[in-house]
Design a protein around this ligand. Structure first.
Ligand code: WTA
Length: 651
């Protein structure tokens, strides 16, 4: 940690927004930001009421924020609205009616453009299709799909009728689907025959079939035809999307939903083995994603905006679909890999659609830098006016590369810190209002009151690192963990129960200028290519293999992925320690969780280093995985020999 902090202290480069950008920005100066921020924390009810009034409510709320039962808070209590209505119907009486809502490009190069009017029609149809299958308000619908337009349509159709969607990233395995389906008693799954990834078909329907061998609650599976690969369709349970949609009406009034009716569940990794079902509700989430999209991306009516995330992660929920469409903007969606057919695919897309605002992850930026400057250099990227990053800390070298080679030194960069739990961007710069500092996310967004505190809950002075907490509730915060209020309280609010602070799980540092730099997770969560994975989840997967007696998983610094996965494994007595065992274990983890969780290093060991009380010494393993000398106090280590043996074990 201390090394990183020294590094920040050296970071004196500040990048002011170009004057022309600032002049036209929605928040155009530091003074404007300061004034609005002050209002947002001094009178949050008035601030958020103003914002919410820019959107459509069937019935206005009685109370903006109700903290009586904190940490279970309510926003816009008594109000009724509908997120799909605000993303679609609201625009149909304006010039946006025939504006592109979604510009979609498939990996093979096919293209679909849906205007707001057409998207509305398709969403109404899908909503009626779901109703025909018996899906009702409050039912859980799992969505396991490639990045195709029907994915956005399915989400908005659920939102329209008040069904709760639970999107499962298409890279997850059958086991992961089954766990999520069980956890929230899903009754309907929407999937596709397959999706395109690096020129091959990802067989999504087959994974669903495998998962469903053991899921009695699922009555219907809706299958979008995308890749036309052979799939088996179970009579009575499985239906082709196009058949169901062929004979339903394309009119479907949006359900009047309570502001606190659930909108979606999204599972994310935590410190324990079981993923947490983050629950977001209707009104607050809508208002939060709407306002952050408007100011952080400085959306203009004529902008073409592209977020390269997969909708299976929260970034895609908030900033491909909900926040962007609520602003009536044009959202680009791309199905496939960034390097297919060549490493220039993203730049080709930016050039082709004249993308103005581009939002991606540091891991992607590091990969592009590695693939070579010649790829972006071939294209006209002059349409770009704003760049963003999300998902993990961005190292200043990657930031500078992004600024020079993609932004051509003309575009502000917003480094946006937030989490699945927070629903929307919490710490960032506002691109026209203040300079960016490479490596630092920036300042709190409106209404957000962060602090850096010690384990004991004392605020630390500027320049010192500590735990990042949020002191007051904000509209788009998670409301609970699905079906587990106790765990919600325990994970996020128990540590600082007295103060009522939300514990982010991240370590951070606030410089004297008020800019926050996020250092990374303090819990057993690692961030691999911007994807959150729990070390315990990977350990459980490893231990479920018949070869393994015990396993410990830690992250280590990785050039491109940010963090890589290192597994220390002791095998059962009779298992052979060889490369074949390594490959078997990697395949096993892919089967249990998904390919993203495959360990980069597997180190076999006879025993794991433990304290006398039997706790695995993870910090020590982290040092070994990173190839660092151990500076840790090892006096509590049970067996000193273990350490020496671990160092010898090759990766
Ligand atoms: C990390 C993704 C540094 C952080 C939206 C957080 C970041 C976790 C940044 C949440 C950033 C996200 N700088 N770290 N700009 N953005 N993180 O839930 O550790 O997938 O807690 O949400 O990613 O990951 P999640």
């Amino acid at each position: 940690m201390s090394q990183q902090i020294d590094h920040v202290l050296e970071e004196t480069r500040l990048f002011d927004p170009p004057a022309a950008f600032a002049a036209g920005a929605s928040v155009a100066s530091r003074e404007a930001y300061d004034a609005l921020y002050k209002k947002s924390v001094e009178d949050p009810d008035a601030f958020w009421a103003d914002v919410a009034s820019e959107l459509h409510w069937f019935k206005k709320w009685d109370r903006v924020c109700n903290k009586d039962n904190a940490p279970f808070v309510k926003w816009f209590e008594g109000g009724t609205t509908n997120v799909a209505y605000n993303c679609l119907d609201r625009h149909l009486t304006t010039a946006r009616k025939n504006k592109a809502a979604i510009i979609w490009e498939g990996e093979p190069g096919d293209q679909v453009i849906l205007t707001y009017q057409e998207l509305h029609r398709r969403v109404c149809q899908a909503a009626n299709g779901l109703k025909k299958l018996g899906v009702k308000k409050g039912d859980r619908v799992a969505i396991y799909m490639p990045m195709v337009p029907e994915l956005a349509i399915a989400m908005l159709a659920c939102a329209r009728i008040g069904a709760i969607h639970s999107i499962i990233f298409g890279g997850f395995s059958a086991t992961a689907i089954r766990d999520r389906v069980h956890d929230s008693d899903v009754s309907c799954i929407i999937t596709a025959d397959g999706g395109w990834r690096r020129g091959s078909v990802v067989p999504l329907k087959a994974a669903v079939d495998e998962a469903l061998e053991n899921c009695p609650t699922v009555k219907n599976v809706l299958v979008v035809e995308r890749t036309k690969n052979d799939v088996s369709m179970e009579e009575g349970r499985d239906h082709w999307w196009h058949d169901v949609m062929a004979d339903v009406s394309d009119e479907c009034p949006a359900e009047e939903l309570d502001a606190e009716d659930p909108l979606y569940i999204l599972y994310t990794s935590g410190s324990t083995g079981k993923p947490k079902g983050i629950l977001h509700t209707t009104g607050g989430y809508m208002v939060g994603t709407y306002l952050t999209s408007k100011h952080v991306f400085d959306l203009k009516e004529e902008d073409t905006y592209w977020c390269t995330a997969d909708i299976g992660w929260v970034t895609g929920h908030s900033y491909i679909v909900y926040g962007i469409l609520a602003n009536g903007a044009t959202s680009v969606m791309y199905e496939g890999a960034p390097n297919h057919p060549g490493p220039d695919r993203f730049w080709q897309i930016v050039d082709k659609y004249k993308v103005n605002v581009f939002y991606t992850a540091p891991t992607a930026i590091r990969a592009f830098a590695k693939w070579g400057d010649e790829h972006p250099a071939k294209y006209d990227l002059s349409s770009l006016r704003l760049l963003g990053t999300v998902g993990e800390p961005i190292n200043p070298e990657a930031w500078i590369w992004y600024h020079e080679k993609i932004g051509r030194k003309n575009c502000p960069i917003v480094d946006t810190w937030w989490q699945t739990e927070t629903g929307c961007i919490m710490i960032t710069t506002l691109p026209g209002a203040m300079p960016a500092k490479p490596g630092s996310a920036g300042v709190p967004f409106f209404g957000v009151q962060p602090a850096i505190v010690t384990e004991e809950g004392e605020e630390v002075d500027a320049g010192h690192s500590g735990l990042l907490v949020v002191k007051e509730p904000w509209p788009s915060m998670l409301r609970t963990l699905y079906g587990d209020d106790e765990r919600f309280k325990e994970v996020y609010f128990e540590k600082f129960a007295k103060q009522g602070w939300y514990l982010t799980g991240d370590g951070a540092f606030c410089a004297k200028d008020g800019y926050y730099m996020i250092i990374g997770r303090l819990d057993d969560v690692i961030n691999v290519s911007g994807h959150r994975l729990g070390t315990m989840e990977i350990e459980s997967a490893l231990v479920s293999s018949e070869l393994v007696a015990e396993a410990a998983v830690v992250g280590f610094p990785h050039d491109v992925k940010g963090q890589g996965i290192c597994a220390f494994v002791s095998l059962r007595g009779d298992a052979e320690v060889d490369d074949e065992a390594k490959e078997k274990l990697r395949a096993h983890v892919a089967h249990e969780i998904g390919a993203i969780a495959k360990p980069d290093q597997i180190r076999f060991t006879d025993a794991l280093p433990k304290t006398r009380s039997g706790k695995i010494m993870r910090r020590l393993l982290r040092d070994i995985a990173a190839g660092n000398e151990t500076t840790q106090d090892t006096t509590t280590l049970e067996d000193f020999n273990v350490l020496a043996k671990l160092r010898e074990s090759e990766a």
